[in-house]
Design a protein around this ligand. Structure first.
Ligand code: PLP
Length: 445
């Protein structure tokens, strides 16, 4: 290891010692390096909370308690369980609303993310012959592209527009990796009469860019454009203010930064202004969107409850809601502003160490796709590796680093404030430097 890097270890340890949130790490199951293909006996450096968050220690007991309630009480657990199933989704509502900066009645935990995007578009994408376009990012997550394209094709024959021209993809300028807000606004202004919906990622999954949610939302709304946000990479990462920023809807998954387990239940936000009975939105309905007072009258008429629950179709999957509840309790304890503050410092350290490595040479520099300003990114940095990036990535894995690789040469690394330490960040940069200099055969752990 280079001497300058060795000298940074004490600083990282001191930052951990001074960190008020450091005890939260012990509330997570951090995989061991040797279990995931690395060397050494210690814990791995887990930098993929942007892909699948770690398991909270309390999740297992909470799941077992639900299994026990089912075994002991059967159907009676709907009302007599420790966390009655009848109102289980209501139990998470307050905590969920605090994570995304919404009013409690504006959020609901339901379905999966892509399903929720479709359900939201049923209500909020109502194209006409003249006004039919959907604006997304050119680097939108594939599922979002497919969802949007299929919505467009669903509506095009009846509304009478050309589906092949309906999706507008925002591209960065030549030679740039991320979008400029001014360019986003310029497109929205230019296309103002033909755009029906703008649906962007709050934090881009590939570049880590945080878009200016408030500014883009109010600009679009002032031009009569409906606004939805995909917050898959923002929920639990950014201190969102959905109610104040005022988009029409948003949706997110909970297995990334929200640590609720693979494929776990997603979330949706519908702004308060759409929740009153007369809002007149078309909606696909199911019995769990009915007013709970009416639900068990089992009548044929749908009376939507005046909350985001009106979009809920089915009785919720308890074995998916339970891990969400457990995880949200940790967010509630830590609070989003405190987590965001630590997150900025973790990612700031990662950036500084990489800059220093680049400045000292002699190796080729590591590039950073993610914007430099904290206001334009969350915890993730998307790094462009020089040379044989695949080989360097394998070398990182062998050293117990878990990050992810996107062809041809991008490594995404996301230190997460709930469980990543400053020392983890330091270990990552040591391993990265080693991997780039020494290749897969290099030593150390
Ligand atoms: C992770 C992610 C998805 C995944 O969708 P699922 O429906 O949960 O499988 C979709 N969109 C974005 C932007 C994502 O980051």
């Amino acid at each position: 290891m280079e001497q300058w890097l060795r000298e940074h270890e004490a600083g990282a340890i001191a930052l951990d010692a001074a960190d008020d949130l450091r005890a939260l790490r012990s509330r997570f199951r951090v995989p061991l390096a040797k279990d995931i293909g690395g060397r050494g006996d210690g814990e791995c450096v887990y930098l993929v909370g942007n892909s699948l968050g770690l398991q909270p220690v309390a999740t297992r007991a909470a799941m077992e308690a639900e299994l026990d309630d089912w075994a002991r009480l059967g159907v009676e657990a709907h009302f007599k369980g420790a966390h009655p199933w009848f109102s289980a989704h209501e139990e998470v509502r307050g905590m969920l609303s605090r994570v995304v900066g919404a009013l409690p009645r504006e959020v609901v935990a339901m379905n999966s993310l892509t399903t929720n995007l479709h359900l939201m578009m049923v209500s909020f994408y109502r194209p006409t012959r003249e006004r039919y376009k959907i604006v997304i990012e050119d680097t939108a997550f594939p599922s979002d592209s497919y969802a949007v394209q299929s919505q467009v094709e669903f509506h095009a024959p009846r509304a009478g527009f050309d589906a092949s021209r309906a999706v507008v993809r925002l591209k960065p300028r030549e030679g740039e990796a991320t979008l400029r807000t001014a360019d986003v606004l310029e497109t929205l202004d230019r296309e103002r009469d033909s755009v029906a919906l703008v649906m962007l990622g709050g934090v881009n999954y590939l570049t880590g860019q945080l878009l200016e949610i408030g500014e883009i939302t109010s600009f679009a709304r002032a031009r009569g454009v409906v606004v939805g946000w995909d917050l898959a990479h923002a929920a639990g990462n950014i201190d969102l203010r959905l109610h104040d920023d005022g988009p029409d809807f948003a949706a997110w998954c909970s297995y990334k930064y929200l640590n609720s387990g693979p494929g776990s239940i997603a979330g949706a936000f519908v702004h308060e202004r759409h929740l009153h009975a007369g809002a007149g939105l078309p909606r696909f309905a199911g019995w769990w969107g009915n007013d709970p007072k009416e639900r068990f009258r089992m009548g044929p008429e749908f009376r939507p409850v005046e909350s985001a629950d009106a979009w809920q179709l089915s009785n919720p999957p308890i074995f998916a809601l339970t891990p969400l509840r457990v995880s949200l309790e940790l967010f509630d304890r830590a609070t989003m502003p405190a987590l965001r503050e630590k997150s900025k410092r973790l990612t700031g350290l990662l950036e500084r160490l990489i800059d220093e490595r680049n400045a000292r040479g002699p190796g080729k520099p590591v590039g950073v796709l993610t914007p430099r300003e904290h206001g334009q990114r969350g915890c993730q940095l998307s790094l462009v590796l020089p040379g044989d990036a695949r080989r360097a990535f394998s070398a990182l894995q062998a050293r117990g680093i878990v990050c992810d690789f996107r062809e041809p040469n991008v490594v995404r690394a996301a230190p997460v404030p709930l469980y990543s330490s400053f020392h983890d960040v330091w270990r990552f940069v040591v391993a990265l430097d080693d991997a780039l200099e020494g290749g897969a055969a290099g030593g150390g752990t």
